[in-house]
Design a protein around this ligand. Structure first.
Ligand SMILES: [Zn+2]
Length: 251
């Protein structure tokens, strides 16, 4: 299995990061991409990925964090993106639910990540929350060759169709296992060759561990929930989502 999106540099893993990675391996989650949230986190992610086999990372600035970003950060991200551990840019995008940073600044940095992706030929990890309209507008304005993943997808069907039309991958997290989850149609709609799975750990632990700290070893619960909704075999979903993640990240 391939956890396409987690945050292993998070402080909540400070005490037992090595055990977390061993547990993932023991659970059959052999590959992980740890996703960066700001410049300091990008450096930490590279260090972590460099020290562990079958572990890669992204570099970039989360929409929550763009207000604290410095002008020189873009240049540093560009430099760091050349490292062999780095397989994507992000996570970037728009979050109009939390609005932790001004929306205009979120749009500005999302655009910068997309420009950088076109220049560096790297895929982009897109965070989108209650911003479907503006995400579509900015993706529409971007170079069509950029490969994107709509991560932890909870958006509307219009955004989903737009993304699929544009060649995007779509990733689902433990949210699919929650009782109130209402995106069943979206989970069924994504073609096999575009579907990714993720834990987004330490956030969003799937049922039966909901509310606890999440970790990559819990990915099988996400896969089971996705498989059940699609009426497929969990082992098939595990296999094709691993292949898709490797293709998406160019691994
Ligand atoms: Zn994330």
């Amino acid at each position: 299995m391939f956890d396409s999106h987690c945050h292993l540099t998070d402080d909540r893993f400070a005490e037992d990061r090595e055990e977390v990675l061993s547990r993932a391996h023991a659970a059959g989650v052999r590959r992980v991409v740890t996703i960066a949230s700001d410049l300091a986190d990008s450096l930490a992610a590279i260090k972590l990925a460099a020290a562990h086999p079958d572990t890669w990372c992204s570099v970039g600035i989360h929409p929550h964090e763009v207000e604290r970003a410095q002008e020189g950060d873009e240049l540093r991200i560009r430099e760091l993106a050349a490292r062999e551990e780095v397989v994507a840019l992000g996570e970037t995008g728009l979050d109009y639910f939390y609005d932790n940073s001004p929306r205009a600044l979120q749009r500005d940095w999302f655009g910068r990540h997309l420009d950088l992706a076109a220049e560096l030929d790297l895929p982009v990890v897109v965070h989108t929350r209650e911003a479907d309209r503006d995400i579509m507008e900015l993706l529409d304005a971007a170079v069509p060759e950029i490969t994107t993943v709509l991560h932890c997808f909870t958006g509307g069907m219009e955004l989903l169709e737009f993304g699929l039309e544009r060649g995007s991958y779509v990733s689902f997290s433990g949210i699919v296992s929650f009782g109130k989850f209402d995106g069943h149609e979206a989970v069924r709609r994504v073609p096999r060759d575009r579907l990714l799975v993720e834990t987004d750990s330490p956030y969003l632990a799937p049922v039966p561990r909901r509310g606890k700290r999440n970790e990559p070893a819990l990915l099988p619960h996400v896969i089971e929930a996705v498989a059940a909704l699609r009426g497929e075999n969990a082992s098939d979903v595990a296999e094709y989502t691993s292949e898709n993640a490797a293709r998406f990240y160019g691994i």
